[in-house]
Every structure is written in C-alpha cells, then in structure tokens.
Write a protein that binds this ligand. Structure first.
Ligand code: CUA
Length: 312
C-alpha cells in the first residue's frame, strides 16, 4: 500500500492502462524517430558514397500515410480518454456524500451524520464516495495517488470528486497545489474500512455532532431565513425552498438555471446575482457572516427539503 503500483480504487487500473498505452506509443515514436536520425546521419555523412542524385522532393503517398496513420492512432485515444473522463465526472447517485473544507494547512472532513475529522478520512470499501469540496483561503488540490484521483479545491467555488475504494488500508492524501509555506506538510490519509467496520467507526465517533442538514436547519432559523423562505406555502417574500435542490429555476431575466450547490451558495452570499422570476431583489447578503462549513450545512438542509411525494 502506498507504493507506486498500488491500485486502490476502481479508477486506478483504467488510468494505469491508458498511461501504459500512451507511454508505449510515445516510446515507439522515440525509437523510430531517433533511429531514423541516426541512420540518415550516418548514411549521408560528409564523404560517404550514398547516392545524392535526382532525390524526389515530394511524395503524395508518403504524405498521406504520415497524415492518416497518426490520425487513426490519435482519434481512438481521444474517444477512450474522453469516455474515461466522463466516467470520472459522473457521480453515481448512491454515492456517500462527504464534505471537505481545505484551509492553510489542513483538510477538514465532515461525514453525512456530522462526524468530523481533520487530515484523515475514513471511508467504506466498495461504495462510491462523493466529495463536495471548497477552500476557505487559497487554492489547494486533493490528491490521493493510490486512487489516481486529483482535483483542485478552490476558494469561492465548489468542486466535486468521487471514488470507490477497492482495498482496505491507509493511503496517503496529499495537497498537490503550492498553497504557502507549509504546503509540503499539508498531509493526510484516507483510511479504507470494510463497510461494517466503517459503521462501527462512525458509531464510535463523538455523537454530539448533528448531521449537516440538522445544523443547517438550526442556522436557517438563527439567521432569520425562515421568516421569508416559508416552508408551509409559497406566500413568503422569498421563494419556497422545498424541492428546489436539483430542480431547474426560472429567473427574472428569463434564464433557467440548475439549482445545485454552487447556485445555492451564490444565492446566499450574493442574492442579487440570480433573482427568481416573480420575486424582488430584497434579500440581504450573508457574505462574511457564514463560514464555508455553515454554508455547506445550509445547503445540506435545503437539499433535505424535498417534496413528500418524491423522497430522495
Ligand atoms: Cu494546500 Cu498545498
């Protein structure tokens, strides 16, 4: 574990195979081209008796060959890597959602039931895990070499990442973006447990923590959101938030946007940026009043507000 060849996620072997094929192809051309350079250098060296008369300066067949062959080699690589990339971007619906907030110089993780960890993340083996990540200062990068996953963690914008661990054990987590003097010490680890051990681990954590959605519900009341965004009807001064997560929202300017994590975050911090159709631009900003962790809790709460008919 933790060595160069360890493949501890479902993605790892796919990435490795692609790397190997690209490496082999590049190696083939390195050998071919250097071989030809050496061959011609020797053959046409000064004083050699090679035939230098009537050299043809065009050859249509040769030109077509060196255009078509690389094209046929390049296109499949494009299709192959694009398919792998989409796979990597499409998060399975049943993924366990874990929140990651990066800051100089640590990783703060939060599990769905509110258990928190710093620089360590326990996950169950054989289950897709989604990470919703944001930074509260500069750009960091969440990198787990054994899983072959890496994603920048940005201030002011959510990024996501998913993986499914296939091997029990402890794997290094690295920050792969220079983020200040102690960047090299921004180290962590991913601890992969059997699903039953993971449940046991969760149960053994400080149970004083409330789930992100429950914390968000409390904040929603404390910050006074609930006086305008009423849950019982649509008559509040702000739009009802029931069922809004994941839905398409029509804006005052006619545009339609998807209500995802980033949209909700923006609407809390800069309410005027996207006004919902038929509503007024009257909501105050919460910029500087809520931390990234609190924003994630509020979003989790809004995410939990679904219509009774279609539970998530
Ligand atoms: Cu965080 Cu480098």
């Amino acid at each position: 574990m933790g060595n160069l060849l360890s493949q501890a996620s479902t993605l790892a072997s796919k990435v490795d195979l692609m790397l190997l094929v690209l490496l082999a192809l590049s190696g083939f051309f390195v050998v071919l081209i250097s071989g030809l350079i050496i061959f011609f250098a020797v053959r046409y060296r000064r004083g050699s008796d090679a035939d230098r008369s009537h050299a043809p300066n065009t050859s249509l067949r040769l030109e077509i060959a060196w255009t078509v062959i690389p094209l046929l080699m390049g296109l499949p690589i494009f299709v192959w890597s694009a398919a792998a990339y989409f796979d990597y971007q499409r998060i399975p619906a049943d993924a366990l959602e874990i929140h990651v907030v990066a800051q100089q110089w640590m990783w703060k993780m939060e599990h769905p039931d509110g258990q928190r960890e710093i620089d360590q993340l326990h996950v169950p083996m054989g289950q897709p895990v989604k990470l919703l990540m944001i930074s509260q200062d500069v750009i960091h990068s969440f990198w787990v070499p054994d899983f072959r996953i890496k994603q920048d963690v940005l201030p002011g914008r959510y990024t996501t990442l998913w993986f499914e661990a296939t091997e029990e054990g402890t794997f290094p987590l690295r920050c792969a973006e220079y983020c200040g003097t102690e960047h090299s010490r921004m180290l962590g680890e991913i601890v992969v447990l059997k699903p039953t051990d993971y449940q046991q681990w969760l149960a053994g954590q400080d149970s004083g923590a409330a789930s992100p959605a429950a914390q968000g519900e409390q904040l929603f009341t404390d910050l006074g959101c609930s006086s305008c965004h009423r849950l019982d009807d649509d008559l509040g001064r702000g739009p009802s938030l029931v069922g809004v997560f994941g839905s398409e929202v029509r804006l005052a300017n006619g545009a339609v946007v998807l209500a995802d994590e980033s949209y909700l975050r923006e609407s809390i911090l800069r309410p005027g940026a996207k006004i919902v159709a038929t509503y007024q631009d009257i909501m105050p900003t919460f910029e500087g009043q809520v931390s990234e962790e609190e924003l994630i809790s509020l979003i989790s709460y809004i995410q939990s507000l679904q219509d009774e008919e279609e539970p998530r």
